[in-house]
Write a protein that binds this ligand. Structure first.
Ligand code: ADP
Ligand code: MG
Length: 273
């Protein structure tokens, strides 16, 4: 690092897009000795606010580890993560839990809804658990999120009475209702058929366009990545490329491991655009 603390104090913030998240020198090593796995090997990444970013890479390239470290769900071995201007490594356990609750949303492949609660209760569960009041501001945000995700007529149903796509939309609404600085989604359409996936991805993109939400989504499907603005390609624990609004040809060329004619994804290769 070349900057001194003094110049940090007096220099204006650099011009450019606001960052929802950034990582510097992010390293994650699992195990020790012969069993050591270097899941992340020094990742530098800036995630601009208000955009839909897809993270792609072969299985084992470190996508989930990166998401968990960025979201503060897992501790990196080295390096730093900054979310909404706040460095996570400076936070204690309780502070981190509170910070995550207020500023970070996470959507899982398996929806993780509570089966005995109706959709509306599932969406407001984070507020319930935190003992926070659902005031007029929260109510307004709830209404906005529910409308954007097309859930208005499903709020009184339990997860078991909803389709997979509707369940995932409820999970997305739950992640958005606290108006987090950033929402991470790890293979959010991994349990959905292709028609339902397209529908969920369309709604996720609406959240970015219409609510100004920042979303980072892991996917290994080119079709899914086509819904994103930008694509980060991971390979063997490092960022191989960060493509801004790539077209299909550029994306395919970047994903192809050098020296082979094959795509490095488990997907079926068709890009929907
Ligand atoms: P991806 O999501 O891209 O498939 P992961 O981040 O899950 O990749 O994994 C990256 C590497 O780290 C893989 O080699 C994986 O086996 C390893 N790994 C992930 N989690 C653990 C863990 N808890 N313990 C040991 N190794 C792990
Ligand atoms: Mg993964």
């Amino acid at each position: 690092m070349s900057t001194t603390p003094f110049t940090d104090l007096v220099q204006p913030a650099p011009a450019g897009p606001a960052l929802a998240a950034s990582a510097r020198g992010l390293t994650k090593t699992y195990g020790r000795g012969d069993a050591q796995v270097h899941a992340l090997r020094g990742v530098d990444l800036d995630v601009p606010a208000g955009r839909f970013t897809a993270v792609m890479g072969t299985s084992g390239s470190g996508k989930s580890t990166l998401m968990h470290c960025l979201a503060g769900l897992d501790q990196p071995t080295a390096g730093s993560v900054t979310i909404a201007g706040r460095r996570l490594d400076g936070l204690g356990d309780d502070e981190l839990t509170r910070f995550r609750r207020d500023h970070v949303g996470f959507v899982f492949q398996a929806f993780n809804l509570l089966p005995m609660l109706i959709a509306g209760q599932n969406i407001l569960l984070p507020f319930e658990l935190a003992g926070r009041k659902v005031d007029a501001g929260v109510r307004a945000r709830y209404d906005e999120v529910v409308a954007t995700l097309g859930l208005g007529d499903r709020l009184g149903h339990r997860p078991g009475e909803l389709s997979g796509g509707q369940q995932q939309r409820v999970a997305i609404a739950r992640a958005l209702v606290a108006q987090p600085a950033i929402v991470f989604a790890d293979e959010p359409t991994g349990n959905l058929d292709s028609d339902t996936s397209a529908e969920v991805l369309g709604f996720l993109r609406r959240c970015v366009r219409e609510l100004g939400q920042t979303v980072v989504m892991v996917t290994h499907e080119l079709d899914a990545a086509a819904y994103a603005d930008d694509v980060v390609v991971l390979a063997d624990g490092t960022v191989r490329a960060h493509l801004v609004e790539p077209d299909a040809d550029r994306l395919v060329a970047t994903l192809r491991p050098s020296g082979t004619g094959h795509l490095g994804t488990g997907g079926h290769g068709g890009v929907a655009r």
